[in-house]
Design a protein around this ligand. Structure first.
Ligand code: GRF
Length: 195
């Protein structure tokens, strides 16, 4: 039985597209059952619709607070009965209640070698720190931002003359390979969350 996967996006959705493409392979252990966005204008929603995947968009701005937004988001997700939820450029911080409800089933891709460079502007952070290596991480999501247990990482060199844009592009190529591989590991039960 393939695992049912929902993807949460806020923007262009290139990692979402990488997951959708991987899931087309007959032997891939997961199927993408829905794309949710907190941003009704997210470019990725149109891409998913073209791919024939169900989408739902609820603007967080339409809700008075995080609990009411997350309750609506949970209702949308529950309709898809996901086994796994992938954050892919989802730009809202999730509450502890939400993270705990989906513990072990909620994963994220972050564009740095965690625990280095948490938060935003990770490529600028890497250049400012003068590191020789940078990369991306897929990890379980827990209430602390970018702090959950790591599932997989991919590394790239930082090259002389790199800008945040050139570095971001080099990392993104790896993100698009790492995320489908990490999701497959979780879907096959090769990795498990231990709190
Ligand atoms: C990616 O770099 C991802 O690692 C980060 O946000 C970016 C989203 O890009 N969390 P995309 O929407 O998947 O193209």
């Amino acid at each position: 039985m393939k695992k049912r996967v929902a993807i949460l996006i806020s923007g262009r959705g290139s990692n979402m597209s990488a997951l959708i493409a991987a899931a087309r392979a007959p032997d891939y252990p997961a199927e993408i059952v829905g794309i949710f966005s907190n941003n009704p204008d997210a470019a990725g929603l149109a891409v998913a619709a073209v791919d024939g995947i169900a989408t739902a968009a609820l603007s967080h701005k339409a809700y008075p607070d995080k609990p009411s937004f997350e309750a609506a988001m949970n209702a949308a997700l529950d309709a898809w009965q996901p086994d796994i939820i992938c954050l892919a450029g989802f730009m809202r911080l999730l509450s502890a209640d939400f993270c705990n409800r989906w513990a072990g089933k909620l994963i994220n891709i972050h564009p740095s070698l965690l625990p280095l460079h948490k938060g935003l502007h990770t490529h600028e952070q890497a250049l400012a720190a003068g590191v020789a290596e940078h990369g991306c991480t897929v990890h379980f999501v827990t209430p602390g931002m970018d702090e959950g247990p790591l599932i997989a990482q991919a590394r790239v060199p930082v090259l002389p003359g790199d800008t945040s844009d050139s570095l971001a592009a080099r990392v993104l190529v790896e993100e698009h390979k790492l995320y489908p591989a990490a999701l497959a590991m979780l879907a096959r039960g090769e990795v498990r969350f231990a709190s």
